[in-house]
Design a protein around this ligand. Structure first.
Ligand SMILES: [Zn+2]
Ligand SMILES: [Zn+2]
Length: 229
């Protein structure tokens, strides 16, 4: 960040209220919006982490599901303000939002899985070329600076974009898409891990990565994502 950008007026990304001077290095949200945008709490599905309404323990779609990932925890549902913030983070490269998400992730990981190393989901090479940065890796680096252990053991093979596929083909495509970096497969035997990704839509990516990690000897695999669709 340049010296000049610290002097430009800045506005809250949610309510557009002008932010005070001296906040140039902090999160681009006013205190009110920041306090309002809180991670999900209350009753949640044991598998997918989405809110439960009349159900108990598992949401309806998860009842007949066999899952490799023991528990996915989304910070938010992919709608309303959190989804706008996530889009701003991904597409407009609002790096300062990464800090906001990283703090919330750290809180959840410390609370739920304090001793588990984090395994970031690697991006598609094509996507890296297009956006020139990897928002999941940026959050992983932030967590690393806060003392979390990050294991970058997975790689992503060139494949079709998940968005263009239906549910069944997403599962097949995701399975073929991920693998271990050379020499990394033995690093995770016996470990309990947390997969890190930005958005969980059908869960195909997380399931593919969890299956891979478990087959290589991981003890348990959970996942945390910014938002679930
Ligand atoms: Zn605001
Ligand atoms: Zn569920």
């Amino acid at each position: 960040m340049s010296i000049l950008s610290g002097l430009m007026p800045r506005y809250c990304l949610c309510c557009h209220k002008r932010l005070g001077l001296g906040m140039h290095d902090s999160i681009p949200l006013c205190d009110d919006c920041r306090a309002r945008i809180q991670p999900l709490d209350g009753q949640r599905c044991r598998l997918c982490g989405k809110p439960l309404y009349s159900e108990i323990d598992l949401c309806f779609p998860c009842r007949d599901k066999h899952a490799f990932c023991e528990n996915t925890v989304p910070l938010f549902l992919y709608k309303d303000e959190p989804s706008r913030l996530l889009k701003a983070y991904k597409m407009a490269k609002r790096f300062s939002l990464g800090r906001f998400f990283t703090l919330l992730l750290a809180e959840q990981i410390r609370f739920r899985w304090p001793d588990r190393p984090i395994v970031p989901v690697p991006p598609r090479a094509e996507k890296l070329r297009r956006h020139e940065w990897d928002q999941v890796e940026a959050m992983a680096r932030g967590l690393e600076r806060m003392g979390f252990k990050v294991l970058r053991v997975l790689l992503r093979r060139p494949s079709r974009e998940q968005k263009s596929l239906d549910r069944k083909n997403r599962g097949l495509n995701a399975k073929e898409a991920y693998g271990f970096k050379p020499g990394c497969e033995g690093q995770i035997a016996g470990l309990s891990l947390v997969i890190l990704d930005d958005v969980c839509t059908t869960g195909a990516t997380i399931e593919a990565c969890a299956e891979l990690l478990l087959r290589a000897g991981a003890a348990r695999v959970a996942a945390i994502v910014i938002a679930a669709d």
